[in-house]
Design a protein around this ligand. Sequence first.
Ligand SMILES: [Cu+2]
Length: 147
Amino acid sequence: MRMFIKIIYRYGICILVTALMCCLGLTHGIGILSAEEKCDLSKGACMKTVGDSEVTLDISPKPVKAMESLIFSVHVKGVNTGDNLVLELAMPGMYMGDNHVLLKKAGESRYSGEGVIPRCHSGKTLWSATVDLPGKGQVEFPFDVLY
Ligand SMILES: [Cu+2]
């Protein structure tokens, strides 16, 4: 009987630890992101806030496909930015090589540039576009890509 209790105790702890680690992984966004964080860039533009400024990202043509020339358009509201911005394309938790898209000023608070998203051999479709706002920080847009 004592042996039985010991086993239950051990497995109970094990399950608890696994569940806890799962929860931590979820809240820290390791590989998994909640729906409200993710952008549906194949449907429309996505807006995020950094402090008191609003950053909107749009990618065309739609749906967003890998291995295709894409136009990345960024609109920045509430912050003074320079002539260029840099957008970084990456996969969460996976190194896919450095992929920076130079966004050139295309009007008042508007920037645009051309880039390509490579195909991921893992089959995972979650990518992120991170825009660097000098002096303000970075804003990340997670989105799905079609292969
Ligand atoms: Cu990948």
